[in-house]
Every structure is written in structure tokens, then in C-alpha cells.
Design a protein around this ligand. Structure first.
Ligand SMILES: [Zn+2]
Length: 148
């Protein structure tokens, strides 16, 4: 899972990724180009943006539901993988090109996209807080246990 910092950068960047062309342009160093199921065009059509890092060069993330997938194989169908792991992604359910969205549809989608981001950000913050609680409890316990 992406860190909170990475998530913040993505949510801003992904505002510009409603366009399939913009998503496809992110797959500059993508290894699967021809004769396979996960070409840049098919990845972008399924909502994915290429988000490589030094340790994870083939990470692709849905610009909308923020589903993150890696370790792609040539026979992987990006749309099938996306639906399998994120069946409620409104981008996939809508199945409509950005240029054909009404203003109302776009605003609803953008509201939903931001809610997804906030939910993920809250999960990350809560997990960090839980870790801090457990760390502090461990320190306190060891202090009391070491008292004569
Ligand atoms: Zn999605």
C-alpha cells in the first residue's frame, strides 16, 4: 500500500487522469508493448496509470479507486484484474469516456474519487496511530516490568 505522502501526490495528479490519453502517456517505461493483454492502451483503457518506483517498477494504479497492482504478466487482462479486485469502481461501472460525461456525472465521480482518497488516508492514519499506541504500551510495560 502506498504511503500517505504518495497517496496525496497521486490524488492531485490523478485529477488530470480522467483522459485515457493522459493515462496512456504515463506508461513510458512499461515493458509490455505488443502481442499481450496489458499494453499501455489496454492498461489506460481499464483506468490504470503507471506509477513505478525504484523497488516496484511495474506498479499500476487506478486513477479513480486507487487500486494498486503489480507483478503484471503478459497474459493479464487489466480490465478483468481491475473488476476482480475492485468491483465497485465507479469508473469501470460507468464505462463512459471522459469527454462524454455530463458535468453532473463528472462532479459526482470527482466527489466519489475524493471520498475514496479520504477513506484510504484515514485507514493509513489510523494504522499509524495504532502502531504508535502499541509501541508506547510496549515501552510502558517494559518500564513497569523492570521495576523492583
Ligand atoms: Zn478503479
Amino acid at each position: 500500500m502506498a504511503s500517505l505522502g504518495v497517496l496525496k501526490k497521486r490524488v492531485d495528479l490523478f485529477y488530470h487522469m480522467y483522459s485515457q490519453e493522459a493515462r496512456e502517456q504515463t506508461f513510458v517505461d512499461w515493458p509490455f508493448r505488443e502481442d499481450c493483454m496489458c499494453t499501455p492502451g489496454k492498461m489506460a483503457s481499464a483506468g490504470f496509470v503507471h506509477c513505478p518506483s525504484q523497488n516496484e517498477p511495474d506498479v499500476a494504479c487506478c486513477f479513480y479507486c486507487l487500486l494498486e497492482l503489480e507483478e503484471w504478466e503478459p497474459h493479464d487482462n487489466p480490465r478483468v484484474e481491475h473488476i476482480k479486485r475492485s468491483p465497485n469502481c465507479r469508473f469501470l461501472i460507468m464505462g463512459k469516456d471522459f469527454l462524454k460525461l455530463t458535468l453532473g456525472e463528472f462532479l459526482h465521480m470527482e466527489e466519489d474519487r475524493l471520498k475514496i482518497y479520504l477513506k484510504k488516508a484515514c485507514h493509513i492514519k489510523m494504522a499509524d496511530f495504532q502502531e504508535e499506541i502499541e509501541r508506547t504500551l510496549g515501552i510502558l510495560k517494559s518500564m513497569f516490568d523492570s521495576k523492583p
